[in-house]
Design a protein around this ligand. Structure first.
Ligand SMILES: Cc1cc2nc3c(=O)[nH]c(=O)nc-3n(C[C@H](O)[C@H](O)[C@H](O)COP(=O)(O)O)c2cc1C
Length: 183
């Protein structure tokens, strides 16, 4: 199974990248590729750029990486209650590719974390509502609150047993892709 793990952040020390990296490591026999928004840098969406030069190559690259995967695990950083500008820009540009559903119905495990007690629930809710309009096939969601307390930075794993068990249960459900695709 090919897994594309996406951190919706351009921070070099992204906590969402740490979470998505850990989550994807729990899937057995998977070929995992981990990316973040630095891998798809492009100008901020502007109508005139699109008219004059079309959709940037980086958005096509993002789209083709999605198309080549069997499962997407996306962890979104929350800025002011919603997507980081870096993620939103990649989302916006990719949505401008003609005749394309951004997430192409690839099964998706959507998650978020933040240093605060809501664990990025604002962005998780926004994405849960919006992604299905763009081919988002969300099969599971997970949120990790209080990242600093609940994630062991040294060993790069969730340290809160209850949250770790929740994640592991969800990962084991989502790993049964055949059952998901048969639905
Ligand atoms: C501009 C800005 C706005 C933020 N807004 C929120 C917010 O609304 N909710 C929240 O839980 N954290 C918020 N934070 C804190 C982020 O969750 C924190 O920076 C986190 O590390 C972002 O995830 P990342 O490390 O994966 O980029 C904000 C941070 C910044 C810089």
């Amino acid at each position: 199974m090919k897994v594309l793990a996406i951190a919706g952040s351009n921070s070099d020390v992204s906590i969402n990248k740490q979470l998505v990296t850990y989550a994807s490591s729990l899937i057995e026999n998977a070929e995992v590729e981990i990316v973040d928004m630095n891998d798809f840098e492009m100008p901020i969406y502007k109508h005139q750029i699109e008219v004059e030069s079309g959709v940037p190559q980086a958005a096509h690259d993002f789209a083709s990486m999605i198309d080549q995967s069997d499962l997407l695990i996306i962890s979104l950083g929350e800025h002011n209650g919603t997507y980081s500008a870096a993620f939103k820009n990649v989302f916006d540009w990719t949505s401008r590719i003609k005749d394309r559903a951004v997430y192409n119905n690839i099964p998706m495990f959507l998650m978020s974390t933040s240093p605060g007690g809501r664990g990025g629930l604002g962005v998780l809710e926004a994405a849960t509502k919006r992604f299905p309009l763009h081919g988002g096939n969300i099969v599971e969601t997970f949120s990790l609150p209080f990242f600093g307390d609940n994630f062991d930075k040294e060993n790069q794993k969730i340290s809160n047993d209850e949250k770790d068990n929740e994640l592991r249960e969800k990962i084991s459900k989502i790993s049964d892709l055949e059952a998901i695709l048969a639905k």
